[in-house]
Design a protein around this ligand. Structure first.
Ligand SMILES: Cc1cc2nc3c(=O)[nH]c(=O)nc-3n(C[C@H](O)[C@H](O)[C@H](O)COP(=O)(O)OP(=O)(O)OC[C@H]3O[C@@H](n4cnc5c(N)ncnc54)[C@H](O)[C@@H]3O)c2cc1C
Ligand code: FES
Length: 319
């Protein structure tokens, strides 16, 4: 296995927005340029400050009046979310003018709505790369990349990585509840019968076949991505190379991926997107139960932000 880059130095840096584009309903693709960044691994993420960097001037309080200062009249108005928001790296490449990264953000609350209204030329304050990425076998083989909703971006980056490393037998299964919420650029015919076609524009000119799935059947395979995975594994048959499965998405989806891959005895890595306060191991908001035979209940608490967000399926007690 290639090591992941969890040990690479992470930095807080200013990133210039080079491109900002709505790619489907509620999803914005933002391309960033930074002077230099530790080379990120697919599965790692950035912590993005979703507020203007210009802080308000401090309010002067006159203590001599012996009155307690009132915390009203707008002085507690939130200039933006205090905590940075974790967003996966959807692509990374080096160019003469620095490191370029892309992220895809779905607007669900104040932080991501703030990101949506940023424009080309604005500067973002980001920390990263954080966490541990997907552990990719050194020898190219077969792989299935399965992503649901905002779990799709890290798999796009992984597709570039596998393509660059010479992997050829790779299939992506990408899905959302409905067509309008699928954050991918469609460039070819999409099959509705679960056949993988090169229908999605993938980073780095990766030309892997993709199965698109929608829960409501508005595009591609009608059903969940895990139904499409089950269908694909049946279709591949026993004689095909046994794929390693990389997945990211809601936890119910990941549990089903774990169940299917365990039944087929396939290696599987899961990227979990827990609610994260700090993203760097201090606030304990992202605890997960990790298998540990040396601990008395057979498990110990781990942190999704530093032990993960990518885990081997069997490391996680609840999968
Ligand atoms: C490692 C990691 C990678 C992520 N990558 C992406 C990405 O590439 N693109 C993207 O759009 N989002 C991603 N997310 C989710 C993203 O961080 C949250 O949607 C974001 O923090 C919401 O912030 P907000 O201020 O807009 O909304 P908030 O008001 O903070 O939240 C809005 C709603 O979303 C829920 N929520 C917040 N965080 C999460 C989460 N992690 N998982 C599920 N629900 C959550 C809240 O409970 C609330 O209901 C990732 C999360 C993690 C942990
Ligand atoms: S997000 Fe703070 S410890 Fe993981």
């Amino acid at each position: 296995m290639s090591t992941n880059a969890g040990s690479a130095p992470s930095v807080a840096i200013a990133a210039e927005i080079m491109r900002s584009e709505m790619i489907c309903r509620e999803h914005t693709l933002i391309e960033l340029r930074v002077a230099v960044l530790a080379r990120p691994e697919p599965g790692q993420f950035l912590q993005v400050r979703c507020a203007d960097n210009t802080s308000r001037p401090p309010r002067v309080v006159d203590w001599d009046t012996h009155e307690l200062p009132t915390l009203t009249n707008g002085c507690l108005d939130d200039p933006g979310p205090l905590l940075r928001r974790p967003i996966s790296i959807a692509d990374h490449w080096r160019a003469d003018d620095g490191d370029h990264l892309s992220i895809i953000s779905r607007s669900v609350g104040p932080g991501t709505r703030w990101l949506e209204q940023t424009r080309v030329g604005d500067m973002l304050d980001v920390t990263g790369p954080l966490g541990s990425g997907f552990r990719v076998p050194d020898m190219p083989g077969a792989a299935v990349l399965i992503g649901g909703g905002v779990g799709i971006p890290p798999l796009l980056f992984l597709a570039r990585h596998l393509s660059d490393a010479g992997w050829r037998d790779v299939t992506l299964i990408l899905g959302a509840t409905t067509r309008e919420l699928l954050p991918v650029e469609i460039i070819g015919d999409v099959a509705s019968d679960g056949v993988a076609l090169p229908c999605v524009c993938l980073p780095g000119h990766a030309d892997f076949g993709t199965i698109l799935a929608t829960d409501d059947g508005t595009l591609g395979f009608a059903g969940r991505v895990t139904d499409a995975l089950e269908h694909l594994l049946e279709r591949r048959g026993a004689r095909a190379a046994r794929p390693v499965v990389f997945a990211c998405g809601p936890e119910a989806m990941l549990r089903r991926v774990a169940e299917l891959t365990r039944a087929e005895q396939l290696d599987c890595e899961l990227c979990i997107e827990r609610v994260m306060g700090c993203g760097m191991g201090t606030c304990l908001s992202c605890v997960v139960r990790m298998r540990d035979e040396s601990a008395s209940p057979g498990w110990r608490w781990g942190l999704a932000c530093t032990d993960g967000p990518v885990f081997d399926r069997d490391e996680l007690i609840d999968m």
